[in-house]
Design a protein around this ligand. Structure first.
Ligand code: SF4
Ligand code: SF4
Length: 90
């Protein structure tokens, strides 16, 4: 599953630099997670890094984006391939 940020977010900016997939950005009112880029940190860390650092625990799983571990690994590999392609196209 991708994770999501709820309106309890206090825009503290702490999670954004922790995301290995660059999935977190400031939205209109508070921070958002791009579900196309969030792998729950699969491929990078054992635990979701944003959840570890969030001081108000406002990052639950996104019920609209139910994905099993296999799908998260596939997403991770897609992101890695896209990154490699864009850096070699340079
Ligand atoms: S769980 Fe990991 S990949 Fe997903 S938004 Fe949080 S830090 Fe980024
Ligand atoms: S760490 Fe939590 S409160 Fe801070 S910006 Fe991220 S989601 Fe919002």
């Amino acid at each position: 599953m991708a994770l999501m940020i709820t309106d309890e977010c206090i825009n503290c900016d702490v999670c954004e630099p922790e995301c290995p997939n660059l999935a977190i950005s400031l939205g209109v009112e508070f921070y958002e997670i791009d579900p196309e880029r969030c792998t729950e940190c699969v491929g990078h860390f054992d635990e979701p890094q944003c959840v570890q650092v969030c001081p108000v625990s406002c990052i639950p799983v996104n019920p609209q984006r139910v994905e099993d571990k296999e799908s998260l690994w596939a997403k991770y590999r897609r992101l890695q391939a896209a990154t490699a392609a864009s850096s070699s196209a340079g």
